[in-house]
Design a protein around this ligand. Structure first.
Ligand code: ZN
Length: 130
C-alpha cells in the first residue's frame, strides 16, 4: 500500500548540517514524514558538471520515493562553506557573491528539471549557515 508521506529531503553529507536539518524538519512537524537523500553539495551535487556521475542516482531515488512514499514535495538544504560548492566554483575566488551564485544556479537547475518531469511538484530551498 502506498503510504502518505510529505517530501524527499535533499541535503549535504557535511557533518555540520545533520542536526540543523533534523531540527528544522522537526519544527515543521515532518519527523518520520520524509525520505532523505544525502549527497555532497545537496543541489550542487545533483546539478553541477563536476559531479555528473551522481545526477542520475538522485533522480532515480526521487522517482522511487514518489512511487513508494507518495511524496509530492522536494525540500533542498544547501549550506554555506560547502566543499562541493568550492569544487563547483573552480579556480575563481570563493567569495560570498560567487558562493551564492553557485547555490542559485543549482536551485534553478533542479527546479526546472523537476518541474519538467513533475509539473505539480512542490519545491523548497534553504541555505543553512554552518
Ligand atoms: Zn556541503
Amino acid at each position: 500500500m502506498k503510504k502518505k508521506y510529505e517530501a524527499m529531503v535533499l541535503s549535504c553529507i557535511d557533518p555540520r548540517c545533520q542536526s540543523k536539518v533534523y531540527n528544522i524538519l522537526k519544527k515543521k512537524k515532518l519527523t518520520n514524514k520524509y525520505s532523505a537523500f544525502n549527497i555532497a553539495g545537496a543541489a550542487i551535487g545533483v546539478t553541477a558538471n563536476q559531479f555528473k556521475n551522481w545526477h542520475k542516482v538522485f533522480w532515480s531515488n526521487l522517482d522511487i520515493s514518489i512511487k513508494l512514499h507518495g511524496i509530492k514535495k522536494l525540500i533542498v538544504f544547501n549550506h554555506t562553506d560547502c566543499g562541493a560548492a568550492k569544487i563547483a566554483n573552480g579556480k575563481k575566488e570563493f567569495s560570498i557573491k560567487n558562493e551564492n551564485k553557485i547555490h542559485q544556479i543549482s536551485f534553478n537547475k533542479i527546479k526546472s528539471k523537476l518541474l519538467k518531469k513533475h509539473p505539480n511538484f512542490k519545491i523548497e530551498f534553504k541555505i543553512i549557515k554552518v
